[in-house]
Write a protein that binds this ligand. Structure first.
Ligand code: PMP
Length: 442
């Protein structure tokens, strides 16, 4: 037993930080102590412009009073209530509001606490759906190289990031991966959707031929792959995936954890690309990142397959203690109201051209080998230092932070996804900072 008197509040060693080089960080920590709208405040009092909406989640900007008040009021009135065989009005209201803004036909929503849980929930719904219809031989799942679907076992199995998979054994069996859609030779410095690579979707036909459609349950892709560096689908790619899935009775899952809630200038990527999946996973922006929550949308036919089973049974043996938590639901409702009142779900479309020109003005900056953008998301890919991958981009991240701009890096790619309340002057600030920083890195 440790002695309480020995607790040192400022000791950084106890917290094993996620996705962090812990030893490096603890030698030179970067601490954020407050936030407001577009800015964080660092522990030395510096204001840091948030170029990443936290981790792609704070779409309405930080510490928005409406959301804060909703959380405070809900915490004082009904803090927690189970959602297993019980209910509370606010979660039903939130579900109705979500469904109201969802792509056509996505009429039901299942709550989780994170993107990873949304993904695993979606995979389970897909597998159980086929069984509920008496088609239980469909057990295969198909993901994509460079896909990020969170860190739970389902998500890393269908995900295509080697570092996230290789330490954890066999993972789920019966998983295949489509090729990723990044074609730097053909599509460099493209604005918006790339011209080349739509036919990569036809690889799904090859996998179907290999295994037979009768064994395949679902395909999961991020409409725009975010975490591996903003890989925008080539023109026609998603429609082709949709057509092939329809032809073979395979469910199509869009992982919209990043693209949901206005990132592309439409409520969802499904709206942007005009391709409606059967299941859609969301999290992050569903509560403006303020309270952990995820939401999985499903089409009516899928929900019906469960509801048509025997009446006395629980239809889907799955759920979390915090599914539909009242405080998260209250935060979510206030978030959706904020998005609506301030027109944030379409702001990415309005600001998109300015954002695009600003990012592409970095084309001549040192080490830049590609720039990609769509809606209010973008990536600047740097030439890696031979034998030291990730080093140059990470050094840019450190220097930008010192200069008061938060960017994010993944490999040698700088990824940007600011809160949707960003102003043009702040876009310039981010880009000017990057221009300066790229002159400083080795
Ligand atoms: N799916 C996608 C597409 C994501 O980008 C993320 C997180 N960046 C996740 C799933 C996992 O979300 P979480 O970290 O909330 O579990």
């Amino acid at each position: 037993m440790s002695n309480r008197l020995n607790v040192k509040p400022n000791d950084l060693s106890a917290f094993w930080m996620p996705f962090t080089a812990n030893r490096q960080f603890k030698q030179a920590p970067r601490m954020l102590v407050a936030a407001k709208d577009m800015h964080y405040t660092a522990d030395d009092g510096r204001r840091v412009l948030d170029g990443t909406a936290g981790l792609w989640c704070v779409n309405a900007g930080h510490c928005r009073p409406k959301i804060t008040e909703a959380i405070q009021n809900q915490a004082a009135e009904l803090d927690y209530a189970p959602a297993f065989q019980m209910g509370h009005p606010i979660v039903f209201e939130f579900a109705n509001r979500l469904v109201d803004m969802a792509p056509e036909g996505m009429d039901h929503v299942f709550f989780t606490n994170s993107g990873s849980e949304s993904v695993d929930t979606a995979l389970k719904i897909a597998l159980a759906y086929h069984r509920a219809k008496g088609d239980g031989a469909r057990f295969r799942l198909i993901g994509r190289e460079r896909g990020y679907h969170g860190v739970n076992f389902g998500g890393i199995s269908v995900g295509g990031i080697v570092a996230n998979r290789k330490m954890f054994g066999t993972l789920l069996t019966g998983v295949d991966h489509l090729a990723h859609t990044h074609l730097p030779g053909k599509n460099a410095f493209i604005r918006g959707e790339p011209e080349h690579g739509g036919d990569l979707a036809d690889e799904l036909e090859r996998i179907v031929t290999l295994h037979d459609a009768s064994t395949i349950a679902a395909v999961i892709v991020e409409p725009v792959a975010g975490s591996t560096g903003v890989l925008i689908p080539p023109k026609g790619y998603l429609k082709r995936l949709r057509d092939i899935c329809d032809k073979h009775g395979i469910l199509l899952i869009f992982d919209e954890v990043i693209t949901g809630f206005g990132r592309l200038g439409t409520p969802f990527a499904a709206d942007y690309f005009d391709v409606v999946p059967d299941i859609m996973t969301t999290a992050k922006g569903v509560t403006n990142g303020v309270i952990p929550m995820g939401a999985v949308f499903v089409k009516k036919e899928i929900h019906d397959a469960f509801m048509n089973g025997p009446e006395h049974l629980i239809e889907f043996f799955h759920g979390y203690t915090y599914s539909g938590n009242p405080i998260a639901s209250a935060a979510g409702i206030a978030t959706l109201e904020t998005y609506k009142e301030e027109g944030l779900l379409t702001r990415g479309a309005e600001l998109g051209p300015y954002w695009e020109d600003a990012l592409h003005s970095l084309k001549e900056a040192p080490y830049v080998i590609d720039i990609r953008n769509i809606g209010l998301v973008g990536a600047i890919e740097l030439e890696p230092i031979a034998g030291q991958p990730t080093k140059r981009a990470f050094s840019a991240f450190l220097k930008a932070f010192e200069k008061g701009v938060l960017i994010r890096t993944t490999g040698d790619i700088i990824a940007l996804s600011p809160p949707l309340i960003i102003e043009k002057g702040q876009i310039d600030e981010i880009v000017d900072c990057l221009r300066e920083v790229l002159r400083m890195v080795d």
